[in-house]
Each structure stands twice: as structure tokens, then as C-alpha cells.
Design a protein around this ligand. Sequence first.
Ligand SMILES: Nc1ncnc2c1ncn2[C@@H]1O[C@H](COP(=O)(O)OP(=O)(O)O)[C@@H](O)[C@H]1O
Ligand SMILES: [Mg+2]
Length: 441
Amino acid sequence: MSLPSPAPGHAAHATHASHPDLRALLRDTAPLAAETPVAEVAERMLDTRDASLLSLPIVADGRPIGSISRYELMRIYLTPYGRELFGRRPVASIANREALVLPLDMSLDEAARRIAERIASPITEDFILVDAQGRHAGTGVVLDVLRAMEARLAQRSTELEQAYSRVKSSQLQLMQSEKMASLGQMVAGLVHEINTPLGYVRNNVEMTRAALSDTAPLLRAFERMADGGALPDGDGGELAVLRSRVDSDFVEDTLGLLDDTLHGIGQITELIGHLRNFSRLDRAQTQQVELDGLIDAAVRILQHVMKKRGIELRRHRGPVPPIECAPAQINQVLLNLIGNAAQAIEHDRGRISIRTQVLGRRAIVVIEDNGKGIAESDLERIFDPFFTTKPVGQGTGLGLAIAHQIVEQHGGIIRVASRPGVGTRFIVGLPLPASTSGERT
Ligand SMILES: Nc1ncnc2c1ncn2[C@@H]1O[C@H](COP(=O)(O)OP(=O)(O)O)[C@@H](O)[C@H]1O
Ligand SMILES: [Mg+2]
């Protein structure tokens, strides 16, 4: 669907057009005088000028006093001797005194409402239009009102369609920005994780380098001695000097340093591996994956947040067969649920427990924290987009809304239970592939 960008003033125009009044529907009609004989009125009705009107207004002193309809005339003329009995009488004597009279400045909506209230089957009358002073202005045709309403409905539905597509695209943008926020969080975490090993790897390499630079000349001197060559100064004085520069304990220590260094490099490699896995995850297509593997990935990303807050993590892995899902999306759900749990903990005995199991036809993950909990009045709103209790800049209020949407799209469920001051438990259930469901633990 293409997104028409509204021209400036478009909105103002739309507002005006959405409140049209009856002026647009005014039909100029010559009104009947009260004393006009019925027979003459019947003639008028045949006049092509008025052929499209169901009724004609009757006016005295410029003001409508009623109307006479084709239908009423027909009824009279069809009764035996009707024409003879009524033909010479003034039209006022058979007028409909309850004719619908509407002011010109009445809105189309209001007019439609009034007409609908009065409408009978068959529709026998149009309505009389009057100016602000109540003077006759002309006739309004019921069918015209219907047509105008129809046109308005069509316009409204186009407007709604446009508004809907605008909302949809901004929702996409918001989802994207929440994704970017969690990506930012992940990058910050990884930078932190990589910095620590990188720091001591660099330090160790510098120390090793210093140790080696002192050891090399000594080794060279020994080499020459072993080859039977004389020492440069002949008496071994230089050897002593070289020897004094080298601390063998220190050289031995460098072996330990190198082990640490290798370990550090291993850690960095592992982290880069996670990063690579994560970027592979970022594909919308579905794959068969281990739920626990996704949880591990999310936990690794949030590890530094938990460490910083001194939160203890408890993991229970149930035997859960692989699930069919879009891993990047489920990862986003887990990141947000675990991130929320960590953010909810404001004391130093923080604990988050993450449990997986099979329940019926679903793979279940339970994420439980002993954080501050959710007020009962907030519980029903936490899945609403933009609902957040966090300060500006910290919470987008979109995490759970997106999580809900993703889980639903996967045919799963997401549930929450919470007690303020005690903690919160989120449960996500995702359908197991048909071949593996039905297993129980
Ligand atoms: N584990 C939790 N403990 C306490 N409150 C929570 C927890 N998870 C979600 N909430 C509440 O739900 C709100 C909405 O969460 P979310 O949609 O992820 O948005 P955000 O985290 O950006 O505020 C949070 O602001 C918080 O008040
Ligand atoms: Mg959140």
C-alpha cells in the first residue's frame, strides 16, 4: 500500500468537507399559496420542473405551514368522486401540517438522523428548507441526502484507509526502533564483555614482550659460548650484566601470562561467535531451534546488566524438543522479558529464574523475578503500546506490546502473574511442531 503524504492544508480541507450543511442540497421550488385549489396543485405536480419532488411546500407570509405530497393527491384522486369533492378546496385544507422543516445550516449528519426518525415506507415526502429566520428557502430531496451521505462515507473510508496505513507504517518504525534499542543494548554489553579480556591480553603481551627483550641477548651470549666462541670481553663480565637483567622467575611467569592470554583470546573469539550467531538470527524466516539455545543467547547479551546489579541467575532446562519459530523474533521477546525482569530488581538479593518445560502441546518458558512487581491496576495495561512506568529515555513501553504480537503470530500465548513487592512471573508458551507435541514431562 502506498503512503500518500497529505498536502499541507489537506487536513483543514477534510474537516470542512466532513461537516457540509444542507445548503448544498437546496432545490429552488416555487412554493404553493395556502389558498391554491387542490386541482391546480395536481396540475403543478405534473409540471416537469417539479417532477423529481415527492412533495411541494405550502407557504403563508413567506413561512412554510405544511406540505402536500404526490402520494396524498393520488390517494384523493383515486377515491370515488375525490376530484369533484376536493378539487376546488384550498390546498391548506389537506396539507400535511407535520411536514419536516429543516434549517439550511443544519449538518448533513443531523439531517440524515432527523429524516431517518421520520421515514416511513413508502417515502412520500421530501423536506422543506428554511433560512435562519424560518422563511421558506426551497425544498430538500431525501434521495439527495442519501447520495451525499454515500459520498461522505466513501470519502471517510478512504481517509480511514489512509490513516490506517499511516498508523501501520509508524508502528513498523516503532518496532524497528525497539529493535535498534535492544541491538544497542547488546552492542554495549558486548563491548563491555570484550573490553575486559582485551585489557588483560594487552597487558600480558606487553609484559611478555619486556621479558623476552631482556632474555634474547643473554640467550645469544649463551649460544656463542656453547659454540666455543669467546665472550665479547673475555672475562664473563658482560655475561654477568646480561644475567642480572633477567629474572628467571619472571620469565617463568610469562608462561602463566601466556596461558591467561590464550584464555582471554578464547573468550573474545567466543563473544565474536555469539555476535555472529546473533546476526544470523536476524532473519525473519522460521527455523527449527532449541528454545534453551535462544535463552542462552539472550542471557549472554544481558549478562553485564545482571552482573552489574548483582543478580543471581537460576536456569532449569527441561527436555524440550526444538521449536519451529523465527529465532530473531523470539530472541527479541526473551531479551525484553529478561531485560524487564532485571530492570524491576532494585535490591541486592536479586534473582531471576528461567525454566523451560513441555506442557501439553507447548514449549513453555517461565521467567520469574523477585523484583518490585506490577501494581494490580497496571497489570491489564502492560501489553498496551507505550505503557511504561520507566523514566523517559529508559522505557519505550513497546517491549511487551511487541512481545505479545510476536508470540501471537507464532500461535503462542503469553501470561503474567505478579505481586507488588514480591515479584513477577511471565510465561510464554510456543506451539511444538505437530510431530513432537503431546509429549509430557
Ligand atoms: N518483570 C517485571 N517486573 C515489574 N514490572 C514489569 C515487568 N515487566 C514489565 N513490567 C512493567 O510493564 C511495563 C511495560 O513493559 P515494556 O512493554 O517492556 O516497556 P518498557 O520496558 O519500555 O517500560 C514496564 O514499564 C513495567 O512497569
Ligand atoms: Mg521492556
